[in-house]
Design a protein around this ligand. Structure first.
Ligand SMILES: *Cc1c(COP(=O)(O)O)cnc(C)c1O
Length: 454
């Protein structure tokens, strides 16, 4: 029997992984898992949430999980891809996305990045008027089929996590709609450039309530209508509503609340869904977070000043945001025995510490869990997005493998490697080991610039 209960599925995945040596105290003390079938079901929920009469490209935000086989799997499920650097663009192309299903966002696009995206025909969300001037200069020389539009900061306020909110009055992203002169400048830009046919807003990630997100979308739809009225035809044909749908990190609530968001949009911005506009979405966390977990062995336990501490292999290396902003990004942790079975026993407050050499490297403080012992395993839940796929290289801890888990009809779990554990050779290369020899360093400095050695 294949359970639909997330806790039972995690336990089955963990037990099977340990039985097969995919997680191993000696060689693989840390690994991440994605529940592939549950993820696919969530993607269908996303697609079903939007009316069939509307043309929608769901562009997965690559930064949420840029592992190429993960991106390829999402492409197979019919998604597009949102990228924000040349590196993410390369990852999206390597995953097999067609340029027409890629959207390029970034507040810092270089001339080289712009040339590349424009040559491919990748859609560009233009962050500011300086970037727009650059684009105009490039397309004068080499015409491009890229759909173009401005990213707008609708300035509707910030959500619960200021660092994640992009629609406060001072955000670094997009053209601030309510600042003096900007609305007029946008109207003039669109009127003078028929190739501008989109508008984009991304109000923020996690911690933004649905009404705030819908209010941001309402402002860009109103702007699209204002632009189209001003020009006298429907030049703006596509609205990119961004991502940012919050995820429930507190419980095993089933699937993401895409349909609740669409209901809010339908109420707040009916014109968005009446078929007048094509849509782009850029969800990341809400597509993947709930369908991944990270498992780490407990290496040692101790009591310090009366506090129980379990030292594990998962800390800032894979849970960077949780460690540095514990109140904004709390994670649930479960305790398992050496065979992966969830532990029972009276809860004892324990600090769940990571392996990094700084005192604050904790994924949870005084968390009530059955008492952990060396050789046990902890699982950090809801870490399918922005965790193991976005490692932090502090202390040069090997990046963990990432496995996709699927359930066979008989309930057996099978695994595919989505990213192999980083090898020591790769780790050394990434830290410049090939340039350890001074002779090589000298040659390299000369060859790159021809300038003075630095
Ligand atoms: C980060 C980001 C997203 C994805 O945000 P989620 O919270 O993961 O859904 C989408 N669009 C842009 C422009 C982003 O910066």
């Amino acid at each position: 029997m294949i359970s639909s209960n997330p806790a039972a599925r995690r336990e089955a995945i963990l037990q099977a992984a340990i039985a097969r040596g995919l997680l191993d105290p000696e060689n693989v003390p840390l690994a991440a898992f994605i529940d592939v079938d549950a993820l696919a079901e969530n993607v269908s929920t996303l697609k079903r949430a939007f009316p069939e009469t509307v043309n929608v490209l769901h562009a997965f935000a690559a930064k949420a999980n840029s592992i190429v086989p993960v991106l390829a799997g999402l492409r197979d499920l019919g998604l597009g891809c949102e990228v924000a650097s040349e590196g993410e663009l390369a990852q999206a192309l390597a995953a097999g996305f067609e340029p027409e299903s890629i959207v390029f966002d970034s507040p810092a696009k270089t001339v080289r990045e712009l040339r590349k995206a424009l040559a491919l025909g990748v859609a560009l969300n233009i962050d500011n008027f300086q970037e727009f001037e650059r684009i105009q200069r490039i397309v004068e020389q080499s015409p491009s089929s890229s759909p173009l539009g401005f990213r707008i900061n609708p300035q509707i306020g910030v959500g619960a996590i200021a660092e994640m909110s992009t629609a406060g009055s001072h955000s670094k992203f997009g053209v601030a709609l309510e600042d003096p002169g900007n609305r007029e400048a946008l109207l003039a830009a669109y009127a003078g450039n028929p190739s501008l046919n989109r508008l984009h807003a991304h109000v923020g990630s996690q911690g933004c309530p649905l009404p705030l997100m819908a209010a941001g979308v309402a402002k860009i739809v109103a702007l699209a209508q204002e632009i189209n009225n001003h020009i006298g035809r429907q030049q703006v044909t596509t609205i990119d509503i961004g991502g940012g749908l919050p995820v429930d990190f507190q419980s095993d609530s089933a699937l993401s609340n895409f349909s609740a968001y669409v209901d809010h949009l339908r109420e707040t911005v009916p014109a968005l869904l009446n078929g007048d506009f094509a849509l782009v979405t850029e969800f990341g966390r809400s597509i993947l977070a709930k369908f991944g977990f990270t498992a780490a062995y407990v290496e040692y336990t101790k009591v310090s000043g009366g506090q129980h501490i379990a030292i594990t292999h998962a800390g800032a290396n894979v849970a960077t945001r949780t460690v540095f902003m514990p109140h904004a990004w709390p994670l649930r942790v479960t305790a398992h025995g050496p065979d992966g079975k969830e532990k029972s026993g009276n809860p004892v407050g324990q600090d769940i510490a990571g392996p990094c050499c700084f005192a604050g490297d904790m994924v949870a403080r005084d968390r009530p869990l059955p008492l952990l012992e060396p050789g046990d395993v902890v699982a950090l839940l809801d870490t399918g997005a922005y965790y193991a796929s976005t490692p932090f290289t502090y202390n040069s801890i090997q990046e963990p493998p990432v496995y996709g888990a699927t359930f066979e009809d008989d309930g057996d779990v099978s695994f595919t490697v989505l990213r192999a554990q980083q090898t020591m050779a790769d780790l050394l290369t990434a830290s410049g080991s090939e340039l350890a020899d001074p002779a090589k360093r000298q040659r390299w400095a000369g060859a790159v610039s021809g300038r003075q050695k630095f």
